[in-house]
Design a protein around this ligand. Structure first.
Ligand SMILES: *Cc1c(COP(=O)(O)O)cnc(C)c1O
Length: 397
């Protein structure tokens, strides 16, 4: 059957594909250690589960308002006030089926052919494809490992043209784990405010920050940016709720109304019981967040040290999220079974084959001399997996 040029222009999510492949190998009996997953390995907190069970038992199982129930919007408004000192009304909030869906809706209502969207790299795999599906151009602003994978304000200034409709900012970042300090965010915000373009601030890793670093987004540090920012966030990463599919946007009412209109014609509403669970996640006890972050920080310290001890691999210490994005340039050009490793995909395939370890090729995030490892897995898996990677690396010809 003939498919559209639009759908043929994008690729399936590579992180989901690799996770699926690792699962398939496991089902065949191979002992695979997965560093691919982009989700916390913790269980959803019990109080959140109980709220969903209550909702089911009370019959809260029908369609809800398109952009989310008022109770959840109010919990989101309270969260944005409490954590980010940003004030919103219900008309400025749209709840969707995960932050990915939120970003998709926003792209569909904001971008079209002729538009440009600035995306710093390394970028989350879905940004370019979500943008390209609208016909707009994804303008990749490449950052360097030597500058901590941070965009410089002057580079951002140059990347923004008359056609630029938005800049996507993701701090802490997937895949690099890099987080901007409030002072650095302020400098970027000043550029975006001067250029009067929209910022889409993907704050999904807001809570997963280390070394006592404070979180900030462009709207919270620069008053003029509030009108020019759509904050995107969700429960998946902060509350180990990936499968519940709840994300949200907070921003200018006209953009939110447009996204809600689109949603009325695609998913109607996010799942009723997941919304009730999310109210509890946002209003209830936040202990899980601290527990997860403390554990992630310990794992980060171990994985960074272990990676740096492997010849050919260099890993900087990320400030947030649960990924490391080591440079593997020293492995490229080496041989395994007579085959030369020339790309990050070759390196990922070799690690799966020779070390039974699943990682994501950095090329998927715009940097082919890197790989991404998620440390949302047990310390035992990290130790064992890193033993395997080291042993395989030492055997390269
Ligand atoms: C995980 C992730 C999301 C989306 O998460 P949802 O599960 O769709 O809420 C968005 N942005 C980044 C950078 C992510 O890593």
């Amino acid at each position: 059957m003939k498919l559209t040029a639009r759908i043929n222009s994008i690729k399936p999510s590579p992180t989901l594909a690799i996770t699926m492949k690792a699962n398939a190998l496991r089902a065949e009996g191979r002992d695979i250690i997965g560093f691919g997953a982009g989700e916390p390995d913790f269980d959803t907190p019990d109080n959140v589960k109980q709220a969903a069970i209550r909702a089911i038992n009370e019959g809260f199982t029908k369609y809800t308002p398109v952009g989310g129930i008022d109770e959840l919007k109010d919990a989101i408004i309270a969260k944005l006030q409490r954590d980010n000192h940003l004030s919103y009304t219900r008309a400025q909030i749209c709840v969707s089926c995960g932050a990915k869906h939120t970003l998709y809706n926003l792209a569909q209502v904001l971008f079209e052919e002729g538009d440009e969207v600035v995306i710093p790299s390394p970028y989350w795999v879905s940004y370019p494809d979500i943008v390209m599906l609208t016909g707009a151009k994804a303008v990749i602003l490449k950052t360097r490992a030597s500058e901590g994978f941070k965009i410089q304000p002057s580079e951002l200034e140059t990347a923004i043209t008359d056609r630029t409709r938005a800049v996507i900012i993701n701090s802490p970042s997937n895949p690099s784990g890099v987080a901007y300090s409030p002072a650095e965010v302020e400098k970027l915000a000043a550029v975006i405010a001067r250029k009067k373009v929209l910022a889409i601030s993907d704050d999904i890793y807001e809570k997963i920050l280390y070394d006592g670093l404070d979180f900030a987004n462009v709207a919270s540090v620069h008053p003029a940016m509030k009108e020019l920012t759509v904050v995107v966030n969700g429960l998946s990463k902060s509350h180990a709720m990936t499968g519940w599919r709840i994300g949200y946007a907070a921003g200018p009412a006209d953009i939110i109304a447009a996204a809600t209109k689109l949603q009325s014609q695609n998913t109607s509403n996010p799942t009723s019981i997941a919304q009730k669970a999310s109210v509890e996640a946002l209003n209830g006890d936040q202990a899980i967040v601290g527990t997860m972050v403390r554990e992630f920080e310990k794992r980060r310290n171990v994985i960074v040290e272990r990676l740096n001890a492997i010849p050919g691999i260099t890993c900087m210490t990320p400030q947030g999220a649960f990924y490391v994005f080591p440079e593997i340039a020293g492995l490229l050009g080496r041989k395994h079974d007579g085959k030369v490793l020339t790309t990050s995909s070759d390196v990922a395939a070799w690690l799966l084959d020779a070390a039974n370890v699943a990682v994501i090729p950095g090329g998927e995030f715009g940097h082919d001399d890197h790989i991404r490892l998620s440390y949302a897995t047990s310390m035992a898996n990290i130790e064992k997996g890193l033993d395997r990677i080291r042993d395989a690396a030492l055997k390269l010809e």
